[in-house]
Design a binder for this molecule. Structure first.
Ligand code: SAH
Length: 238
């Protein structure tokens, strides 16, 4: 009896939470170039009273847009090398700390990614992300499986796994954010704009840099559309 009762109570709680209007979202973005257009679009302000431990390079921007509290976190510049702290380690730490401090209803990991010309017909809904059928339909976005690794380039071993798992986009943070979000039971969605074709003719790093500015503009537009769609809705309506 007891386990049965507890189980259904838990299901009720989850259902209730999914029916509350979303009031706080956390946007996790790895690179400054990707983050700033979103910061500007929503007129977010940099946090002057940091919620993060002293000395870490992580940056939080926040503001209110319509009925939503928006927090955007960026892992900042590596303290030694001065480059963006891309990759899974920074992404998971900053996501963990931000969830603890800010208790968001929903996480959006937004960023650039590499795409695959040969697999795009196989695009399927990602297993770990929160399901958003209405959002995908309304905004005409493509769903696909995202593969994450700590390298911009693709090693033959990565390639074999990516092929075996039908991944259609490749980034350096998504799975880390998904892991932490799952651990702390916060729904998460992933918005990725394609900078380069991994299995195309051009070297990835070159193509990535060439397209970064233009693709960042597309990313910022997609994030704005998604946030507009989310505003006034509850999780079960996404
Ligand atoms: N110093 C690095 C900078 C690349 S960072 C280098 O040049 O090697 C790349 C960023 O863009 C990461 O945040 C990652 O999530 C994303 N990204 C874009 N295209 C990618 C691709 N083809 N593969 C992996 N990550 C990609």
């Amino acid at each position: 009896m007891a386990p049965h009762g507890e189980g259904s109570e838990e299901a009720m709680v989850v259902q209730d939470e999914n029916r509350k209007p979303i009031s706080s979202i956390l946007i996790v973005i790895a690179m400054q170039t990707e983050a700033m257009p979103v910061v500007n679009k929503f007129q977010l302000k940099e946090d002057l009273d940091p919620v993060f431990p002293k000395g870490v390079p992580w940056v939080r921007y926040h503001g209110v847009y319509k009925d939503l509290h928006i927090n955007l976190v960026w892992p900042g510049k590596d303290l030694t090398l001065g480059v963006d702290s891309v990759g899974t380690i920074s992404a998971s730490l900053v996501t963990y700390a931000a969830i603890q401090a800010l208790q968001p209803d929903l996480i959006i990991n937004a960023g650039t990614a590499g795409g695959f010309k040969v697999f795009d017909l196989y695009g399927v809904g990602s297993r770990q992300s929160f399901s958003t059928p209405n959002l995908l339909k309304e905004l005409n976005l493509k769903a696909g499986k995202l593969s994450t690794g700590d390298s911009l380039d693709m090693s033959p071993q990565d390639e074999a796994s990516i092929v075996a798992n039908d991944a259609t986009v490749k980034d350096m943070e998504g799975a880390a954010v998904a892991y932490v979000a799952d651990l702390l039971k916060v729904p998460a969605i992933f918005i990725k704009a394609v900078t380069d074709i991994v299995d195309g003719d051009k070297p990835t790093a070159e193509e990535f840099l060439q397209n970064l500015a233009a693709v960042t503009a597309a990313l910022d537009q997609a994030v704005a559309q998604v946030v507009d769609f989310i505003s006034g809705k509850c999780l079960s309506e996404l």
